[in-house]
Design a protein around this ligand. Sequence first.
Ligand code: COA
Length: 322
Amino acid sequence: MTYSRIVGTGRYLPERIVTNADLEKIVDTSDEWIRTRTGVERRHVVAEDETTSDMCVEAAKTAIKDAGIDFADIDLVITGTTSPDLIFPNVSTLIQHRLGIPACTAFSLEAACTGFIYALTLADKFIRLGDAKCALVIGAECITKLMDWSDRNTCVLFGDGAGAVIVKPSDEPGIMSCHLGADGQYRDLLYYPVGASNQLAKAGTDEAAIQMTGSEVFKVAVKTLGGIAAETLEKAGIDKSELDWLIPHQANIRIIQATAKRLDLPMEKVILTVQDHGNTSAASVPMALDVGIRDGRVEKGQLILMEAFGGGFTWGSVLMRL
Ligand code: COA
């Protein structure tokens, strides 16, 4: 049986850093409030002329180098993002062309903060079915461009970035179990009101920004993430005590602590980037994975649970050995 395995990682963060102190000058908030309620201390923000594909190309170059492969080896590109450069062509085709990857299967998908987990799950299936030999999988977001900087409910939370992984076939797992879910009944708790076919709210108006009922999102996120972590482990026949690392979506330190507690995992076994990156939506899990690997904490052969939750709501998890 063929499995799939992550063989290289990379990340890109925009140069500009916005601290909580910077936000104190824009909205009625405080560093203390943001730190204690969210865990965020700073976030990276894209330049006006910087796009999602710009960030993806940089993250992908690092992942390709890390994997020791050639651009020409890649035959599948999947990008999870809610902030693509354009509605079409999809951002994966822009990345494929800019990197000089030969014509191949390339698409993007939109599952809000769960975008990377959805993308990785699909790449795993392509590879296990023999339909791809080398996948570039990216989670990326220019989410601050969808935000209203004068709305203190949202502007303190988000940041931009891109994380990329290379996935290849392997005789040994690799990715062991994937679990995806979604329920549109929660649409109104977290959404962006402007789309291609629903133009009721036009870009440029006050309404053209992320809308969120934070406390309700918080409750469903804690309940759902605890549940999927347990289900994913059960599906793979793994006991939670065997886990080496939890690499969660970095939305809020309190949501992450609640999930770790449900798994009886000490926080030393959780990769945390929320303090430095904020919530980077689909980019947060692959960037946290890259941080953990590059600083030497996450090692080859270790058992890792990655999970995410986002607008929709969507949710998902991937259990794997690195
Ligand atoms: N600075 C200072 N005060 C703020 C504030 C800010 N940036 N944002 C809200 N407040 C105030 C509120 O107005 C409220 O004041 P009141 O008590 O006088 O009415 C108070 O802080 C508490 O607000 P509440 O919304 O209940 O806070 P909370 O503890 O739920 O924290 C979030 C707010 C947004 C941090 C939290 O709900 C959260 O993280 N939710 C999940 C969001 C998320 O993860 N979204 C992405 C999902 S992928």
